[in-house]
Design a protein around this ligand. Sequence first.
Ligand code: 3HC
Length: 466
Amino acid sequence: MRRIPIPKNALVILVGPAGSGKSTFARKWFSDTQIVSSDRCRAMVSDDEANLASSGRAFQVFYELIRHRLALGRLTVADSTALSPRVRRELRALARGAGVPVVVLVFATSPQTCVVRDASRERRVGPEVIDRHHRMLQAALEAIPREGYNAWYVLNEQAQEEVIIELTEPQMARRATRKEVREMAIQRVGVVGCGLMGSGIAEVCARAGYQVVVREVSEELLQAGLRRIEQSMARAVERQKMTPEERDAARARIRGTTRLEDLQDSDLVIEAVPEKMDLKKEVWRALDGICPASTIFASNTSSLSITEMATATRRPDRFCGLHFFNPVPVMKLVELVRGYSTSEETVATCRAFAESLGKTVVVVKDHPGFLVNYLALPFLLDAVRALEKGLATKEEIDTAVRLGLNHPMGPFEFLDLVGIDTTYYIAEAMFAELKDPRYAPPVLLKQMTLAGLHGRKTGRGFYTYG
Ligand code: 3HC
């Protein structure tokens, strides 16, 4: 007899090839309500097994049922015939999200009981084919990395008959270490937008060792963004912040695309598109249908509500703000914005992620402008108002702030760096929310935005650039 202790709140994952008897034994050991089967979810959404879209929907249902049970603290057995690395990753993320342990039961099987299945039918095949297939399956099972699971049991056919499942008291999952969070949770980062911020974010992620896919709306904008990354990396080599070898390796980790679908394998997606709520929601709605349920979504918004943006998705718990500062490779701060529904797990994972980029994190509430822009905007807009009133010239105001307040840049140099248009949109959004005149965008800022004088990125702002 083999006793297998399983905490009453665990997620049990069954792993084994078709024909290994895992579903049969699972039904002997666990009650029907404890088992969530992907096959049953598939039958719930469609009669057509081979239809890929319905298969995607079936897995959404599968994950939702599991998430719901785990949130209620109930023992849950995941039975899926398609236990790909992606499904296992999703399941581990669900368990981590609920803070429960994961127990894996591997059903090893002998060649005689091996049945080869294709999309819709079963075939019994000759002994050599069975043997080859069996060895392939065994190799695949052995190759499954075991980190990230709390217990792992391999059952051979005979042992399956003799197993006693012992339910034990609920346990909290061990908290993952930073290194594990990085290794398990986030390896591939998707970045939407390759403008000033998006290109900087893609660059720092690649420099920290992540695989990055960055998406722009047109080939022309994409190439401009990739050039910006290459120039910044060249500058970093010049300043001896990285070696030419590190630059080449980091550049090779970045792939550009114009298709949002290419972000489907991302563990984390960071969005850096213009500061317009409707546009951001549209992007998130589309990504929600493309990325697996475990993918964390983070917006680089400077001022818009994270809580509102998250309503465009079915994952408000895995949605937060990661607000970087310009120039991204140089500025050390990341504001991590906790939306109303953001889970502690998401905050912890994103904090570890941002720290792995070499940034210092400050966690802030979801408030218009968060913290830094809440403080900085009135100062910057007052500088524009001072110019409008003719208190001094722009050069004099910049000099006064640099020398009198010891800021590294004057307000107009700063606005040209950040973007006149970006600042205008931030001010407009903050004024709309707060109705506080300190955030009302001055007329000059609006006119410069409309006229295309957006600062350094367009060659002209308050100053002219070569
Ligand atoms: N990669 C890595 N490091 C780089 C780099 C790159 N591509 N380019 C420059 N650096 C490093 C340099 O080596 C140098 O490092 P060191 O101090 O160790 O020698 C450091 O960055 C400064 O670089 P420079 O000497 O070229 O530049 P300056 O001393 O003239 O500083 C500046 C330039 C960092 C932009 C400085 O003027 C500054 O700090 N300005 C204020 C920037 C700021 O406040 N940004 C926040 C904007 S707000 C925002 O983005 C939020 C949004 O919501 C509005």
